[in-house]
Design a protein around this ligand. Structure first.
Ligand code: NAD
Length: 251
C-alpha cells in the first residue's frame, strides 16, 4: 500500500516502536492517530510530530469502546482509516504467570488486535482496501524467549494475523505481522528487578545479535507494508534462530 495521504492509527504510539512508527508514517506523508494508554505521554508524543499531521487519542486499546472512539477521532480529523497498527504490547508475569497475568496479557496482546480487526475489516472488505499490521515478536515464533504469557499470546498474534491474511487477502485487505527482537525500548529495560527467567530472556536477546533501534524497525515495517509482505522479521538473526528452531539459545 502507498502511504502518501493515508490515515493510520498506531497503538502503543507514545513510546518505543509505536512512536517511531508514527514519525516514519508522517515522514512518508501519512496522517496518524497517536493511541496509547498513557494520556500525558500520548499528548507529548503527538506534540512532537509536525503540526496538522497527528491527533492524540489516549485509552486502553483492549477496550472496544476505546477502539471505536479512536476510529471516530481519525475519521473526523483526516477521513476514513486506511491502516491500523496493533502495536501496543505488554510483558507481565514470569514463569507460568498468575490468572491476572493471563487475563491482562490475552486482553492487551491478543484481543486488542481481534477487536480492532472486527471494528475495521468488514468496512475495508466493502470498500476493497485497508491494511492491518500486528506487532507480534520473535517470541511469537520461538518459545525459548519470554514468559509463558508473553510467548503464548505472541504465538497467537502470529496465528491470528496469518488467518486474517489468508481470509481477507483476496478482498484487498493487506496484513503484515512484525516479529522483532532486541529493540532498544522500555520493554527491554524493566525498571523493576528481574527474576531469573527474565534475566535469561534478556541474556538470550543480547546474545542473539545487536540491539536494534525503534527507528530502524519502523522503517523495515513500513517498507514491508509498501511491498505487501506478510512476515516482517526486522533482524536477520531472528530468521536464523527461526530456521534453527529448538536450538539451545542463551543457555
Ligand atoms: P514500549 O514499552 O516502549 O511501548 C509500548 C507502549 O504501549 C507504551 O507506550 C505503553 O503505554 C503502551 N501500552 C501498553 N498497554 C497498552 C494498552 N492496553 N493500550 C494502549 N497502549 C498500551 O515497548 P516497545 O518495545 O515499543 O513495544 C511495542 C511492541 O513491540 C509490543 O507489542 C512488544 O511486545 C513488541 N516487541 C518489542 C520488542 C523489543 O525488543 N522492544 C521485541 C519484540 C516485540
Amino acid at each position: 500500500m502507498e502511504l502518501d495521504g493515508r490515515v493510520a492509527i498506531v497503538t502503543g504510539a507514545a513510546s518505543g516502536i509505536g512512536a517511531a512508527l508514527t514519525h516514519e508514517l508522517v515522514r512518508r506523508s501519512a496522517r496518524v492517530v497517536v493511541a496509547d494508554l498513557d494520556a500525558d505521554a500520548t499528548e507529548r508524543a503527538t506534540a512532537a510530530l509536525p503540526a496538522g499531521t497527528a491527533v492524540a487519542a489516549a485509552g486502553d486499546t483492549s477496550d472496544p469502546a476505546v477502539i471505536a472512539a479512536q476510529i471516530a477521532v481519525a475519521t473526523e480529523a483526516f477521513g476514513p482509516v486506511d491502516l491500523y497498527f496493533a502495536n501496543a504490547g505488554i510483558g507481565v508475569g514470569s514463569g507460568l504467570g498468575t490468572a491476572a497475568d493471563w487475563t491482562r496479557s490475552i486482553d492487551v496482546n491478543l484481543l486488542a488486535h481481534v477487536r480492532a480487526a472486527q471494528a475495521l475489516i468488514p468496512g475495508w472488505v466493502e470498500r476493497g482496501g485497508g491494511y492491518f499490521v500486528s506487532t507480534a515478536s520473535a517470541a511469537g515464533l520461538l518459545s525459548q524467549i519470554g514468559s509463558a504469557t508473553y510467548s503464548t499470546t505472541k504465538h497467537a498474534v502470529v496465528g491470528f494475523a496469518e488467518w486474517l491474511s489468508i481470509t481477507y487477502g483476496d478482498a484487498g485487505v493487506g496484513v503484515s505481522c512484525v516479529c522483532p527482537m532486541g529493540v532498544d525500548t522500555a520493554l527491554l529495560r524493566p525498571a523493576r528487578p528481574v527474576d531469573d527467567q527474565e534475566a535469561l530472556m534478556l541474556r538470550t536477546v543480547e546474545s542473539a545479535g545487536p540491539v536494534h533501534t525503534p527507528e530502524s524497525v519502523a522503517a523495515t515495517v513500513l517498507d514491508a507494508v509498501e511491498q505487501d509482505r506478510f512476515l516482517v522479521l526486522p533482524h536477520p538473526e531472528v530468521l536464523e534462530m527461526y530456521r534453527g528452531k529448538g536450538a539451545d539459545y542463551g543457555r
